[in-house]
Write a new protein. Structure first.
Length: 267
């Protein structure tokens, strides 16, 4: 019982410390934004990445990246990044990765957590709405398309939408594939593997462990057309299912592609 109470106290302490850090950073970003006329998005993103790395360290979480070839995950060309989405931890891992020149799609629900909302907004995040508001979702994606076409920036979004905690790959939405087809840019997929004893699921009680990000080969979309979005979405989902099954069976996800493995730690 004493051991359980000590462990619980440690979880609470880490959560409180993380929350304080995020709150302080969000407050500091506001005057920085005023001084820079809210036009230094890359600076805000670097500060957010540093913050997420600190949060991961507080929880004892390290991030290891295994790439399917040299530099595909961190390419400087414009791409659409996608991944599975199983845990609250994903958000901090994604920002800690510091994907080059990259914006994010995130659920508008996050704005209820004001410090996270402030940081995400200053990073240039596109906030989405639930699937039952299709007209508004279309406008959000159209605005994102115009912005990305103008800036040449990359973008990340999860085709699963919400967190899937069943241990399987959930259904994929069309947005990422429609966007990549419209912009004619490659899709760079990666799989986030979180150990069960580290994973907070829908909660915030992440425990020490090593999260592995499996980068996969980029997918060329230059020949895709908008009438093929559903078919291409399903084909990409099949890739994620195969990687998921390979990892669950204890095999290397990247051996599926017979590619060189490059490893390094992010946080």
């Amino acid at each position: 019982m004493k051991h359980d109470s000590t462990a619980y106290a440690e979880v609470v302490a880490r959560a409180v410390l993380s929350g304080l850090l995020v709150s302080v950073v969000s407050l500091l970003l506001i005057p920085i934004g005023i001084v820079t006329l809210f036009r230094a998005r890359h600076l805000y993103s670097r500060i957010a990445s540093w913050t997420c790395r600190c949060v991961l360290r507080i929880h004892g979480v390290r991030v290891r990246v295994v790439e399917a070839g040299p530099g595909e995950l961190f390419s400087t060309r414009q791409v659409v990044y996608i991944s599975n989405h199983t845990s609250t931890l994903d958000l901090f891992v994604l920002v800690a990765l510091r994907l080059p020149n990259c914006r994010f799609f995130l659920s508008g629900f996050l704005r209820k957590f004001v410090p996270l909302g402030i940081i995400s907004w200053m990073m240039g995040t596109f906030f989405t709405v639930p699937q039952d508001r299709p007209a508004e979702r279309v406008r959000i994606f159209q605005r994102a398309d115009r912005t990305l076409r103008r800036t040449g920036e990359s973008v990340y979004l999860s085709p699963e939408g919400g967190r899937i905690t069943t241990g399987e790959i959930g259904p994929f939405n069309r947005g990422a594939f429609h966007l990549a087809t419209s912009l004619r840019v490659p899709i760079v997929p990666f799989y986030i593997q979180i150990p069960r004893d580290c994973d907070p699921g829908l909660g915030y009680d992440a425990r020490p462990g090593v999260v592995t990000v499996h980068g996969m080969p980029a997918i060329d979309t230059s020949g895709w057309t908008l009438d093929q979005v559903d078919r291409n979405r399903d084909r990409v989902r099949d890739v994620f299912v195969k990687v998921h099954q390979a990892l669950r069976a204890g095999r290397s996800a990247l051996q599926e592609h017979d590619r060189q493995e490059l490893q390094h730690e992010v946080a």
